[in-house]
Design a protein around this ligand. Sequence first.
Ligand SMILES: *Cc1c(COP(=O)(O)O)cnc(C)c1O
Length: 355
Amino acid sequence: MNACKSILGLRPYQGGKPIEELKRELGLETVIKLASNENPLGASVKVIEAIKKSLAEIYRYPDGNGFSLKSALGAHLGVSIDTLTLGNGSNEVLELIARVFVSEASDEVIFSQYAFPVYPLATQALGATAKVTPAKNFGHDLEAMLSKINNNTKLIFVANPNNPTGTLLSNDELHNFLERVPETIPVVLDQAYIEYLNADDDPTISWLDAFSNLIITRTFSKAYGLAGLRVGYAISSTEIADYINRVREPFNVNHVAQSAAIAALADDEYLQTSIKVNNAGVKQLEAGFAKLGLTFIASSANFVAVEVVNANDTFEKLLREGVIVRPVEMPNYLRVSVGTEDENTRLLEALETVL
Ligand SMILES: *Cc1c(COP(=O)(O)O)cnc(C)c1O
């Protein structure tokens, strides 16, 4: 068979290893997974109740426009609902955005080294050209990104906080960057971890008025604890939202997921607890790594990237201890998702054992 050339070079996205798979392979009884930046608290009880209720309607197609969820989001964020686009995870939203703006081999997409692997995947799948700027102190080098802009630039991805490094750009840096990107070039600001920062301080949504090329993406997978249901969204100009909706599959976010997301938005107590547990967990991991004499990258998200001598070897040894973490593309680094206090303790003990 002759698949498209752009597809031949692709490798499927490697997710974190499933817990059941590791139990099966190694005959382990208890396995903890700190590999995919999931919320260690499990889903909110209120969300699970809402999901149960929603099951009565699953014989119908979902609301393809996601009216109720968008209304709840609009009220929550203070934006009009025609600026919102829903996706099957923000992952899908990122792919749809790329599809809207990128089509030719000569089209260039700018993103940073050590950023989210979906940016290169989406670019390559469309047969377009990736312009990757070397990381600076593990984070985005915005000056280098600006210097890559030319007439072929069709899209720019910036993740803040960044995954897998956990680094954070300041609002001043970001704002200054947006002021210098030509208005005709869309900039995706991927905020998958934004809830872990002090949300009341976040001015980025208000920037949408001044920057018609800004697209903010967010997700219910991390702080809201709904990774398995796949719900994410974009906030943009109404013009861009309209474009994304044209390429969107009509029922891309299922009924159960929409109901769950509405309930999740309403459960501020769960969100606040998640943030508290996470911030304590980041401190616990960072202190634990320091005690083991390990270098780590200070994190603004729900994971910490830690340096070890041989990442793959340490990863394998941790598996045998029943702890799943994540090797990342940064040489000698493992990414450890923040777990519950007990899970973090177990990871740190396992790490001490294997090192
Ligand atoms: C986890 C993550 C996402 C998206 O996750 P979805 O589950 O698809 O919503 C997007 N961007 C970054 C940087 C992430 O880490």
